[in-house]
Design a protein around this ligand. Sequence first.
Ligand SMILES: C[S@@+](CC[C@H](N)C(=O)[O-])C[C@H]1O[C@@H](n2cnc3c(N)ncnc32)[C@H](O)[C@@H]1O
Length: 206
Amino acid sequence: MKPLNKDLDKKKNIIEKYNSTSSFYDNRYSKIQKEKYKILFRNCNLNYKTILDAGCGTGLLIEYVFNINIDNIKKKVKYVGIDISWKMLMNFCDKSKKIKDSEDINLILGDIENLPLRQESFNVIFSITSLQNLPVIKKGLGEFIRVGQKDSLLKLSILRKQLKVDDLIAYLKTNTLNLKTEFLENIEDVIIQGSLNKKNIIEENI
Ligand SMILES: C[S@@+](CC[C@H](N)C(=O)[O-])C[C@H]1O[C@@H](n2cnc3c(N)ncnc32)[C@H](O)[C@@H]1O
């Protein structure tokens, strides 16, 4: 087991990194992040869904949801964004003021590995280019499984560099249905989509 201090130091560095780059994050990454959203939103109906955006950053995803003009993506959603960097969240706050229906948007300063959220609260969980920052990615995935409802959609994009993809897929396979993994040439992430198989999890715990 890794010492706790090492994990804490890693998290402190991540917070500092994103706090100090938040002001130019959108300019630098908005285009590539939107390419990922396009893939994650294929055949995705968000109508009346409660969405968790884990590692929400400056809110590029919610901006995309509210700007997008596709019939099957309706604007009636409840959205919770969580991020460990308060400066990224402050940028998100400024952005959300311009969004109509912003009363359905809630932001939390917190850690994906220890989500301050009740179990079975969400039916769509996004985490886009955030999980690679965690000391223990499976801990974050375990949290998604806990807070997701039965059949929740899981929509992940994770930076491939140094990632043990096979290991993650094996873990997710036992907890999801219809798992689909995509590696695209122009995108440095692996895109993983599926739905939670809570039945398995409940049976495993009996
Ligand atoms: C590359 S940015 C992606 C932001 C956003 N998902 C997007 O699509 O633009 C990674 C984000 O993950 C956040 N993050 C990193 N580790 C985290 C953790 N343990 N808990 C919550 N957020 C975390 C960072 O603060 C940063 O905002």
